[in-house]
Design a binder for this molecule. Sequence first.
Ligand SMILES: *Cc1c(COP(=O)(O)O)cnc(C)c1O
Length: 614
Amino acid sequence: MDLIKPLQSLKVRIMLIKVCGLSEESEITELANSGIDMLGFIFHKASRRNLNYDEAKGAFIRNLACEKVGVFVNEEFDYILQTGFYFSLTHVQLHGNESPGMVQALSRYFKVIKAFSIHSKFDFRVCDLYPSADLLLFDTKGDLAGGNGTQFDWKLLDSYQGDIPFLLSGGIGKNDVKAIKEMNHPFFEGIDVNSKFEIEPSRKNIPEIKTFMEELNKSISKTRKGYYGEFGGAYIPELLYNPVQELETAFERIKTNEEFKSKFKHLLRDYVGRPTPLYFSNKLSEKHDATIFLKREDLNHTGAHKINNTIGQILLAKEMGKTNIIAETGAGQHGVATATVCALMGLDCTVFMGTVDMERQKPNVQRMKMLGAKVVPAESGSKTLKDATNEAIRYWINNPSTFYVIGSVVGPHPYPEMVAHFQSVISEEMRFQLQEKTQKMNPDIIVACVGGGSNAAGAFYHYLEEDAVALYCVEAAGLGIDSGKSAATSHLGTVGIIHGSKSLVMQTDNGQIIEPHSISAGLDYPGIGPLHAHLIKSGRAKSIAVTDAEAIKAGLDLTRIEGIIPALESAHALAALDKIELKNKTVVVNLSGRGDKDLETYLTKLNLAENEIE
Ligand SMILES: *Cc1c(COP(=O)(O)O)cnc(C)c1O
């Protein structure tokens, strides 16, 4: 059983679209305004599409808002430099036999795309000689320099083992949408189209290009790197550009690496105790007249799903040669999971935690200290998860060589994608467990609580494209959605930036964060991951809000009927069962964690309730 599949099913796809060989002003303007990422201009005298430029045209191209690529074939360095500056090019594309030294020299001034002509005997190791290239472009070997209109066999790309992203080029036309969608090379960055959309050399069929783009966007929900619909991205201070870039490259590398996958799988099985059971709850099923399963993430080592992700990220940190680990924590589960794996791997660990959370999750603070981690109190704001995250990011900016292990599907790209990737083991297991127990591949309904959204992302992951599976995100409504003391972000939030990504955020009209409230520390967060913002906004997932009191009651109920004390976070998911039409449905509730850490809160409420009865 392959525990980790490539991320295709999340459709987190990099799809740059470049149109090459343009010269007509009206066409260029129209394309630049239609969301195209890159326009290519050919500066090659032998090409039929050579750009005839004059002063007016120069000014016109300089002012275009999109990325501007100049295509050159075996030109002199000075000519490329002058042309590049004259037209304010963002990229130069080198289509001849330019040397690695030439690429390196030009990379000081422009982003460089090195093109290669692919044929069955092409040795992809040549690409390794061009580490300064920002992108590669794989084109068909033809008689002319580009724009031959023929395709090479895309299967050849399996032999490309390098880590520079590439554009696919050569004879791409409107009938290739399906094949492009199926491209799953980890470094496939986008496509370059040219002659198949031409009326005549250098005159493009604009309506056809637009239809083609629409078709691509329909099948690929994301057109920009790290975005889910309009949400996501990496909104980070300049000091973090390098560490984030480095992380992204390292993550791309391990995603499909067999040795890494095998280490990860091994630890999940022998150290964490996976697969976690899919438990059929007779009592809940009878109560709701449905078939209800609990996915027992509470049975993981350290008591919650968090460790799936910390094992993945810390293995990656080791690959990258990092020795200092930092993390933020709310309920303390992520802090404990991070401290645990750091102890296992002999790394230094510092955990940031709000002082309010340190008080209400005391057992977890003690566990982290016992494991050898340093716990740093966050005293600002509401002294909860958001403030701990702020402190962690601040520390990271000052110490960019540390590895920041984020605990949920939040933060700048690639974190949301990476955390979902490591948590996807949950639904991977659900699939075969459900089939074993019910002979059905898919449940009708999956319910999971959402703080940032990592346990939900893991439980939904392999069902995202199965439209028949209804997905429910359960948020904390605190004292009530409109009480002013709530953390129901998808109900109350508006589009904003939080902790490096664009998502839904609880904020005032001036963009000040509204302090959230939930009885459960793990859900007490004023944001939500960009994936979930997109799933909810697009209607793929529904969101339900559950109050503190409803969650406590559902947690106590499960304890008494099944002998399972759920984490307060997971109790929110259980309480949502009363708010969904479940009759005759097959339902999986992701029981994200166990309730030991919440005993004091539960007992206080239990005593209150029993005193009232007396
Ligand atoms: C942290 C935590 C959550 C909330 O985080 P998500 O990223 O939304 O999963 C939920 N349940 C438990 C037990 C947790 O520890």
